[in-house]
Design a protein around this ligand. Structure first.
Ligand SMILES: [Zn+2]
Length: 117
């Protein structure tokens, strides 16, 4: 009794695995971008943690390459540029760098807020 048509109207249920897969891909790409940025920033500041972050980055990239080879191929070309853009010279302060911003805040370089109330 296999009379199930290929084009059944049961929407939603059939789409679920694909939606899940897409969400997983988006999560992986987002995680990779975040980790890669952090690794570049830590590298720029000469912090040892950049090694761990880089290893984590490679792990995420490996998962992407295994599970989503097409998306990996489509994105891998942009990653080197992104990373180069996220990195900066040790002597330079960059607004886009979260560590630079954190250091600026720590040094009291707030946006014109008075120190004493
Ligand atoms: Zn920085």
């Amino acid at each position: 009794m296999s009379t199930k048509k290929h084009s059944r109207a049961g929407r939603g249920v059939a789409d679920l695995p694909q939606v899940k897969r897409r969400r997983r891909l988006e999560n992986l790409l987002y995680t990779r971008t975040r980790v890669a940025h952090l690794a570049a920033e830590y590298r720029s500041h000469g912090l040892d943690e950049h090694v761990e972050l880089y290893l984590l980055q490679l792990e995420v990239e490996q998962v992407l390459a295994d599970e989503f080879p097409d998306a990996f191929e489509a994105h891998v070309g942009n990653w080197a540029e992104e990373e180069a853009a996220a990195e900066h010279h040790p002597q330079v302060t960059t607004e886009t760098c979260s560590l630079c911003r954190a250091i600026a805040v720590h040094n009291g370089g707030g946006s014109g807020a008075p120190l004493a109330a």
